[in-house]
Design a protein around this ligand. Structure first.
Ligand code: FAD
Ligand code: SF4
Length: 470
């Protein structure tokens, strides 16, 4: 057997390098990051498993096509700065995606190694430990672009446009930048210091930021185009309006939407009470309805705020839970109970209007539905009352309609998302582009970033063609 084949065989035999995490009994008492990241030795150990495929399938699985084997090779050369430069060519927020991307359904799903390389963990190490080299921005074109929303989609689009020579201002409604990364995903999963560093790296490209500007109220899109003479506007205002169940009892005290709950804990720093005078009262027994990343974040946050028992109420089976695998494992390790095949019917309150229970019924799984998952079917006469004092509803979000309502010519779909061209982000109105959750409905960080990249390219080309020719 050739030496090369023997090396490959050895690599295939190697197991994944484990990433240390805070011990579960310890971590449910704090909001510090759970996953601790690789050490310098561990990152080399994990990188050494990569088979350096000639046609790397992992790259195809990444929505922004990070050149994965190339950056892994740099790690093996101990050139972490070089690895970071490679990632930054297509991904401007690697410390974030390394932490929250659902890698098991993307790059790692496509990896041909029988025990997929932990690409996300490698990316996180590189992002956290590499220095950013000098980034070349093109000379000032004298053009102006307004970006609405400072979440991952707005940040990516702003960074790309600034690199191409446009003057970009990001307008953010809240008093902090980062979108869901700041107000939604908890500190123990997405430390805000990391989000701030990524935002600073976008600022370093010359992008200006204005907070407390609610576009549609403080200023309109038309004013940005006409009064401020922007050549284009990119709308990346996310999907921040919570969905409710439409069952009786949703107005009782002790019922939260996931958005309200997480915003109060993260953005308003409820978890740092009494240092911040914004307490969030959580009961002893919490039911979280839904089983996506948002639901897992609510469940794990509730435990950290002192709840004694937290149950996820999910109408399908555990195998169909949409949350990232790592979050499900961490939630279960921390003591979150997954109540599968259970559907809520009514929230029960006492005579003071406080929640005392959740009426549910058991479900079975039928034929596959349009989403490809088996449809949940109620089992007759299985109703029961689950005693709880807090209910958190985490069944999805949709876009806020303010911008659509205050900007004529923007068509929206029946889900409240903007009608748009998927390749360019172009909306039904000239010079207005969109991307991220406002265009697709609630999705993922990396898809929001991909949309930001595509729209930046289209905006640049539109401006070159319409405004800068000749
Ligand atoms: P957002 O991040 O929502 O940012 C939109 C920004 O626009 C916000 O800051 C908002 O304040 C601002 N804005 C809205 N309206 C206006 C206006 N009129 N004027 C000015 N500013 C405005 N995805 C993953 O990939 N992995 C995960 O683990 C994951 N976990 C999640 C956990 C939670 C709790 C939530 C809520 C989502 C999670 N997601 C996750 C989804 C992911 O965060 C979103 O898909 C992503 O943030 C969408 O990016 P965006 O830039 O389109 O919008
Ligand atoms: Fe390495 Fe897997 Fe990509 Fe092949 S598919 S280059 S083994 S990460």
């Amino acid at each position: 057997m050739s030496e090369e084949r023997e090396k490959r065989k050895q690599k295939i035999k190697k197991k994944r390098t484990h990433m240390s995490v805070q011990e579960s009994r310890e971590r449910i008492r704090n909001f510090n990051e759970v996953a601790l990241g690789y050490t310098a030795e561990e990152v080399l150990e994990e990188a050494s498993r990569c088979l350096k495929c000639k046609k790397p399938r992992c790259v195809k699985g990444c929505p922004v096509n990070v050149q994965i084997p190339e950056f892994i090779e740099k790690i093996l050369e101990n050139d972490i700065n070089g690895a970071k430069d490679i990632i930054l060519c297509t991904n401007s927020l690697p410390a974030i995606t390394g932490r929250v991307c659902p890698q098991e359904n993307q790059c790692q799903e496509f990896c041909i190694h029988p025990n997929a390389i932990s690409i996300g963990n490698l990316e996180r190490y590189v992002a956290d430990n590499g220095q950013i080299g000098e980034r070349q921005t093109k000379s000032d074109l004298g053009t102006k672009v307004a970006v609405i929303g400072s979440g991952p989609s707005g940040l990516t689009c702003a960074a790309e446009l600034a690199t191409l020579g446009h003057n970009v201002t990001v307008y953010e409604a809240l008093h902090e930048y980062g979108g869901v990364l700041t107000y939604g995903i908890p500190e123990f999963r997405m430390p805000k210091s990391i989000v701030n560093e990524e935002i600073e790296s976008v600022m370093a490209l010359g992008v200006k930021f204005e907070k407390d500007v609610l576009v549609g109220r403080t200023i309109t899109v038309n004013e940005l185009l006409e009064k401020h003479q922007c050549n284009a506007v990119y709308v990346a205002s996310g999907a921040g309006t919570p969905n409710f169940l439409g069952i009786p009892g949703e107005n009782f005290n002790g019922v939260f939407s996931a958005n309200e709950f997480l915003t109060r804990v993260n953005l308003l720093k409820g978890y740092q009470f009494p240092d911040f005078d914004t307490p969030v009262t959580i009961g002893e027994k919490v039911a979280v309805i839904g089983a996506g990343n948002v639901a897992m974040d609510c469940a794990r946050t509730s435990l950290r705020l002192g709840a004694r028992e937290v149950d996820i109420i999910y109408r399908r089976s555990e195998g169909e839970i949409p949350a990232r695998l790592e979050e499900i494992i961490h939630a279960k390790d921390e003591g979150v109970v997954i109540g599968e095949l259970t559907s809520p019917l009514e929230i029960i309150g006492d005579n003071k209007g406080n929640v005392v229970g959740l009426k549910c019924m058991k479900m079975d799984l039928g034929e596959k539905d349009a989403s490809g998952r088996r449809r949940p079917i109620p089992i007759p006469e299985t109703e029961f009352i689950f005693p709880v004092d807090t209910v958190i509803i985490a069944i999805g979000q949709r876009p806020n309609q303010l911008i659509a309502q205050t900007t004529e010519g923007l068509e929206i779909t029946k889900w409240g998302t903007f009608v748009h061209n998927e390749e360019t982000g172009a909306t039904t109105r000239e010079r207005i582009f969109c991307g991220g959750d406002v265009a697709t409905g609630a999705a993922t960080v990396i898809l929001a970033m991909e949309a930001g990249r595509k729209a930046a390219k289209a905006i640049h080309e539109m401006i070159l063609e319409k405004d800068l020719q000749g």
